[in-house]
Design a protein around this ligand. Sequence first.
Ligand SMILES: *Cc1c(COP(=O)(O)O)cnc(C)c1O
Length: 385
Amino acid sequence: MSHQYSSQNLETLAIHAGNTADPLTGAVVPPIYQVSTYKQDGVGGLRGGYEYSRSANPTRTALEENLAALEGGRRGLAFASGLAAEDCLLRTLLEPGDHVVIPNDAYGGTFRLFAKVVARWGVEWSVADTSDPAQVRAALTDKTKLIWVETPSNPLLGITDIAALAEVARNSSARLVVDNTFASPYLQQPIALGADLVVHSLTKYMGGHSDVVGGALVAADAEVGEELAYHQNAMGAIAGPFDSWLVLRGIKTLPVRMDRHSENAGRVAEMLTRHPKVSEVLYPGLPDHPGHEVAAKQMKAFGGMVSFRVEGGEEAAVEVCNRARLFTLGESLGGVESLIEHPGRMTHASVAGSALEVPADLVRLSVGLEAIDDLLADLQQALGR
Ligand SMILES: *Cc1c(COP(=O)(O)O)cnc(C)c1O
């Protein structure tokens, strides 16, 4: 499943990989093949390998080829959601008795999948601060099959050195999985840095317009990719044709969107560091962020997510969220419109009481593509001058 373009440039691949002109009509955009089954030319006579749309659908194939090309992997697979993709990965690669290392800062739903679902099938997990390779090495057992990393992490914007952990994984029985949702392949290329697998919530920057839920896996190794594809079909949580089409459409502008998201977020972070009601700003683009150097090394820019802590504790943080007007109060991230939320009570309520609990005075921003002056003014009025 390789693409036919020799370009290594993300801007070109985003638009062209997987997007071959429709052989029937010449349509320059892959049609939405809203179809479940395919007429066969005699028993077993498939056209292009298509027999049933759970197994394969041309619109999904276009997206899957595009994803593999963008992440520099051998196989891309598209799912109904990011968590469906994660579930497929875990059930393909783990058996009862296996052990995984998970980060101390991660998307709440990922933690819930490990703690409440996968653990019931006899998979053990331990938590490590993945920004410290020594801690990850210390957490390994001879049963460890996966090291799971999210960088930048959600919601604390922690940075993990992907190349350093790839080295740790190479010297163990474990594979390195990177959730690349916050960075996107335009800003960060985990497979080139040594990761074995990349996970995405396509719902976020890849789709980019808050109009679709989807997920992806990209495997560096073709054989692992084949195993995942087998399980994708066997388990069935595929991306539908219209959802695939929406994500494919969104990806074409990913590079320009990520540039502007990063630029706007940098300006927002800088303003917040000077605001008297803000006690701490978490943004890897700030020179005093503990992961700044690693982020500068492995990312093209620092992305559109900014978190900050509010003087006055939980109530004050909730107040800021409630007062924001242009920043829409809502979960999710990565769309063109700016969002604000309180992780402790919203996206990360499921990690309360665990090692992944987030500070109660934390506010998370998904900085969108609106005029920067409007975004700054809204945050200033929400914080109170
Ligand atoms: C949203 C998100 C997920 C889960 O994806 P869904 O599409 O909501 O299932 C996983 N990882 C990260 C970092 C996310 O932000």
